[in-house]
Design a protein around this ligand. Sequence first.
Ligand code: SAH
Length: 395
Amino acid sequence: MENIQLKKGKEKSILHRHPWLFSGAIDRQSDGLKNGDLVKINNSEGKFLAYGYFNGQSKISVRVLDWDENAKINKDWWKLKIQHSIEKRNSILAGKSCNSVRLIYSESDKLPGLIVDKYDQILVVQFLTLGIEMVKEEIIEILSELVKPKLIIEKSDAPARLLEGLKPIIRIAKGKESESLISILENNLKFWVDANLGQKSGYYLDQRENRKIVASYAKDKKVLDCFCYSGGFSIHALQAGATSVTGVDSSETALNAFEENLKLNNFTNKEVNLVEQDVFNYLRSLDKNTTDFDLIILDPPKLAPSRSSVDKAKKAYKELNLQAMKVLKSGGILATFSCSSAIDLETFKQIISWAATDAGVDVQFMHYFGQPIDHPILSSFPESEYLKGILCKIL
Ligand code: SAH
């Protein structure tokens, strides 16, 4: 195996088990080292630190696979890692109230660059780095063997691939495309997932637990679900006895899926109002004197995709929350989320308190939301923490 030697003093992050090695830390590398190769990382004195895979085209030159010098990174190694990751999800699937989970979450499962979502009998797989791209056929074989899915779809089209010098790839890796539309089960409710090749529509598995918690406040309540997508929060709220639900999303496809999900759960007789509009404009257009929602959910897309966009995103989050507070009844509840990893919980709390001041209300933080166990947060890798939310009571 080829070698990399670090500059003196640059081994700290690897010793702290952070899985990324940036190019600036490298002093020397073996002549034969090629992009995508497995590599041994040594400190400035040549002492072993970790194994990883290398890509000189990326700012993240190496992603660590193993800190154990005795490890042999071969097909058996990948199989064992994948097996462990799958086993960790058994508790979610065991109760039979859910049949869909994230099976592998990249660095957090010690499998950098690999994301696998299981939608009942379908696997949707993303290979996000060159190192993982090199072993993808092996990984697909292992997944077939361990999970025995009907269909495996490769959806490697995330922008992160460009940073690795990779083009987007979307293809059927196993099975027939005609079987890509399925209904999944989450908390005993049903949702359509269209995992087909063309459109990017899956399901947001990371809100599974939060939907249950929010729904527990929905009985006899008038609910506004902003950025509703296919109705994840709304359908849970209806099941819990909400009197009405208004869902707002700018995507027609999402709202069509929402309609279909109402049918699928026999909720067509419920009071549901779907609005295809920009949420910012929708909230601003509401008459603050006559609008009186009891429960508002704000689950926007990632408004801060990078550190450099944080200031702009803070303003957008504040505006959203301010407008929502203005159309909530006194005593109402706001379930507000951010999936931007660049905005931490403390910053998010501060944003909510600025919005409360401007709205002229008091806010009690009743509960903090996070990520479910199939989207684990690795303590040595803070980048894996992205989803946060606060359940607020507006006084
Ligand atoms: N709450 C959803 C997931 C939300 S994902 C669930 O539980 O499944 C974010 C959604 O916001 C997407 O459906 C996207 O279409 C929508 N969206 C993005 N920008 C928007 C905007 N400015 N106004 C309205 N909807 C928007």
